[in-house]
Design a binder for this molecule. Sequence first.
Ligand code: DC
Length: 229
Amino acid sequence: MIVTIDGPAGAGKSTVAKALAQRLGFAYLDTGAMYRAVALAALHRGVDWTQPEALARLARQIQIDFQNERVLLDGQDVSEAIRDWKITQITPYVADNAEVRKRLIELQRRWAQGRNIVTEGRDQGTLVFPEAECKIFLTASPEERARRRLAELQARGQSATLEQVLADQQRRDQEDASRAFGRLTRAPDAIEVPTDGLSVAEVVDRLAELVQSRQRGEKLRDPAAGRAT
Ligand code: DC
């Protein structure tokens, strides 16, 4: 079974997707980490990420693997390095590159073969796994997402103001919405789950219920749209 979780930055996808995968005994795929890994490889190898052909060539050469939720780039654990601020700045060049996207989508589909997975990103329910049995669109208000992001930064010992985080988030939302290929949109058959005011455990409970009803073959009722999918 394939469970897709898409949504904007800061909606809590990673935390929730990991916990849900663990609860269900499914494998977890973090597709954002793949885009970040290409950005890191470009930085390490001195590849000009503003040159689309160079970046596409690089994406075909490198190897990205996942091992117990660690991200490996050519066999090296880069799980922390890909979260660096500089990598977050380079990654949109990677995500906007149609050739790179095609390559990563191919890897994502191959990785999913023969597995039960929870996969998270921006285009999982729309472009990568349109046939997925259970699709979630995770959202939260801009203020809630920014507050969570700020708490995360502070926990890592980094300082920023709420205004800075909100401005950065607005820019990322704009990038995600305006991408020519792989734009963030809700799949028509995805269930929207707003997470404002809910704890991680409460969100995971809700998603686990949705997956289990799908496993029983039930149609899902989307409270946001008031219709069954
Ligand atoms: O979710 P994240 O912050 O780790 O994602 C990193 C970047 O990759 C972000 O710019 C959005 C982009 N991305 C994408 O375009 N498609 C995906 N499936 C996952 C992430």
